[in-house]
Design a protein around this ligand. Sequence first.
Ligand SMILES: Cc1cc2nc3c(=O)[nH]c(=O)nc-3n(C[C@H](O)[C@H](O)[C@H](O)COP(=O)(O)OP(=O)(O)OC[C@H]3O[C@@H](n4cnc5c(N)ncnc54)[C@H](O)[C@@H]3O)c2cc1C
Length: 442
Amino acid sequence: MRWNQIKYAGWGNVLTADTQVARPERHSALEELITDCDHILPIGSQRSYGDAAIATEGKGLKTERMDRLLDFDPDTGTLEVEAGIKLGEILRLFAPRGWKPAVVPGTGMTTVGGAIANDVHGKNHHIDGSFGQHVESLVLLTADGNARRISRKKEAGLFKATIGGVGQTGLITSAILKLHPCPSTTMSVSENRIANLSDFVDAFEASTAPYQVGWIDTLAKGGDLGRGILEEAEFSAQPAATIMNQKTKSIPMTPPGFAVSGPIVKIFNALYLRRVPVDGRTVDRPINEFFFPLDKISDWNRLYGKKGFYQFQCVLPMERAKDGLSDLLEIVSDGGIASPLAVLKKMGEGRAGYLSFPMEGYTLAIDLPNRAQTPAILSDLAEVTERHQGRIYLAKDGAISSDAIARMYPEIGKFREQVNKVDPGHKFISAMAKRLNLRGQS
Ligand SMILES: Cc1cc2nc3c(=O)[nH]c(=O)nc-3n(C[C@H](O)[C@H](O)[C@H](O)COP(=O)(O)OP(=O)(O)OC[C@H]3O[C@@H](n4cnc5c(N)ncnc54)[C@H](O)[C@@H]3O)c2cc1C
């Protein structure tokens, strides 16, 4: 197997690795590759923002060439795929045939392996739960070089440690997914301006739409705190059609950090809000553009400049949502860091793994450019999250302490038991697992 020395970063471009990475294509190469390495980490598309996919202790195994479709039952929508296939590709191929992944996150670049390892959620979490809940079984190549098919019925503990287990139990080589019916490749999207945070939560509670997402203007203060736009969507009545490849643009060079400075973000936010008429509007949007709006610009993360950015994402329980979200937004609007991207979603109870992020309540995700004051702001946000009994999302994190994570994830003990049993030598390890002491042994 060819190993290439590469430097790479998490999506936030703050936490980096400089290590040897292989891109295997054939399953026959995998067993040897894993048993020959002292330490290794599966890597998907590197869409995790912090250090979940950062291999600082050993080598990296990028799954991008393990992307084949293996089997499909058109009567039940049961699809077997290799773990390196991207969710956007599954949507592109299957939506015109009436099926879609049950859950997709905000980027179609996420691989099936990455979606399982972070048990990702989408705009329909309040109804359909997390990605892992729609995984029937998966094949896991463990530290001893053996491949085992695991599910809720077979090795249930290991299955629950692997879903949301950030690559620590082994390499997921393939999975069987239950797709959902997809009656159209167009979404009917209603957009409405929302005046403040309290109205936002009330509007989510009143909504019956299967897909919902809110954008928040983080520069608004006082009575306007939490104002933004709520998008509610359902499948349009238009019949399914072939999805055109989304045309992507790229950023030709890394712009200076002031591309996301306060005055520019202020103008952007004001324009974004006014994009939607005062009385709201309903528009049709191609399904891939609705689910993956940011994928239009392939490397938009470079807009934050060379120092990169963090994304903070937490979830707060329903009863603490209004107070807690207000405390969080005040920290950001008073913090002197302009964030152009803040997203609010409602979550249901659905979660499939011991370290799965979701809980019933509201989740807020905010981009924070990496400036001198950012670590202090992140620490304040984490403290408020904990005070309101919430938790922080590992897919986005690059800053929280190991003690806080252990308190936020009550099933971490069960995760540790499984992972230390299946991989006692810590062959699978990431910078995040070390930083957060996920295995509980440092
Ligand atoms: C624009 C954008 C929008 C996003 N929106 C959402 C959202 O709405 N909801 C949400 O939940 N997340 C969202 N995310 C986060 C993203 O979906 C997750 O971080 C996801 O895990 C990324 O998948 P990946 O294939 O890039 O995996 P990577 O980021 O490369 O890896 C993530 C983790 O998965 C492990 N892993 C990867 N492949 C395998 C494998 N085959 N076997 C075992 N472990 C593996 C890695 O070791 C690592 O720990 C978003 C990210 C971006 C950039």
